[in-house]
Design a binder for this molecule. Structure first.
Ligand code: NAP
Length: 257
């Protein structure tokens, strides 16, 4: 797969990124069927296959159970071969989510993510929105904290996994990367993608397969063609713990790019 620029960050990403929710969390998720969290061997095999197939982008978060610690332990190859995207703001404990967008919590979370991922820098950190995008950006300490961490060289880029058009547009103004939702049944955030394309900001797409609610190979192909053809998209993040699905997805992306 030919790499694409992540906006103006200087980071190059594969057009298909690997989402890692299922590496560490199987509660409070919206997938069509229940699943077992894969063991270390299975996670290692998926990561090695992803690398072999040309995927360099991993999307993770402290809210994905122990996904980050498992990546830290199991990531194959060299650290600099991977683009690690993490998040701040959502805390998932005892089967429930809560949110903290304070300055202090942001700093502490990034420091913990660095330890868990066994690295001294993160490529990108996204604010994990609870839906109150503008309120978070305007009234919480998280944005300033991320700017300070970037200044210190602990992250290369920052952004937000936003949930509203107004929020996404503000992210495009103020930050490096926006993670937006787009799929065959949802195109409300298209203005965010267009603004990001015009301003050369990075765009990551989540839920492009409607969290797995697509039917069959033809459904996956149509969904991926749709998302990868949208303006400004740097990478479509698809979560999978199935090697066959990973191969299929890469083959479809390669066909298109
Ligand atoms: P998604 O990528 O739209 O769908 C993932 C689901 O699709 C999985 O259950 C997977 O099951 C299935 N799948 C993958 N490839 C398939 C194929 N070829 N054929 C059939 N089924 C296939 O949804 P998502 O996991 O909700 O979102 C993707 C990533 O975006 C997440 O992993 C996460 O990194 C990120 N995300 C972020 C946020 C946020 O607020 N920041 C929210 C949601 C998601 P198998 O494991 O069986 O392949």
């Amino acid at each position: 797969m030919e790499l694409r620029p992540l906006g103006s960050t200087g980071i190059q990403v594969s057009p298909l990124g690997l989402g890692t929710v299922k590496f560490g969390r199987n509660q409070q998720v919206k997938y069509p069927s229940a699943f077992e969290i894969p063991d270390d061997r299975a996670v290692s095999a998926i990561l090695s296959l992803a690398a072999e197939l040309g995927i360099n982008l991993l999307d993770t978060a402290p809210a994905y159970g122990n996904a980050q610690a498992r990546l830290g332990k199991l990531l194959p190859g060299l650290r600099q071969d991977w683009v690690l995207v993490s998040k701040v703001g959502e805390i998932f404990e005892q089967g429930r989510s809560r949110f903290d967008f304070s300055h202090a919590h942001t700093i502490a979370t990034v420091e913990q993510s660095l330890r868990d991922l066994r690295t001294d820098y993160l490529d990108c950190v996204l604010i994990h929105s609870n839906g109150e995008d503008l309120q978070i950006l305007e009234q919480e300490g998280v944005l300033d904290a991320l700017r300070a961490l970037k200044e210190k060289g602990l992250l290369r880029a920052h952004g937000m996994s936003s949930k509203t058009v107004a929020g996404g547009l503000r992210v495009v103004e103020e930050m490096d990367v926006v993670m937006a939702t787009a799929n065959l049944e949802y195109d409300e955030e298209l203005p965010v993608l267009q603004a990001a394309a015009e301003q050369h900001k990075g765009v990551l797409i989540k839920k492009g397969l409607m969290s797995g609610h697509v039917s069959g190979l033809e459904g996956v192909r149509a969904a991926m063609r749709h998302v990868l053809g949208l303006p400004g998209v740097s990478s479509m993040i698809i979560g999978t713990i199935d090697a066959g699905h990973l191969r299929q997805n890469v083959a479809i992306a390669e066909d298109m790019t």
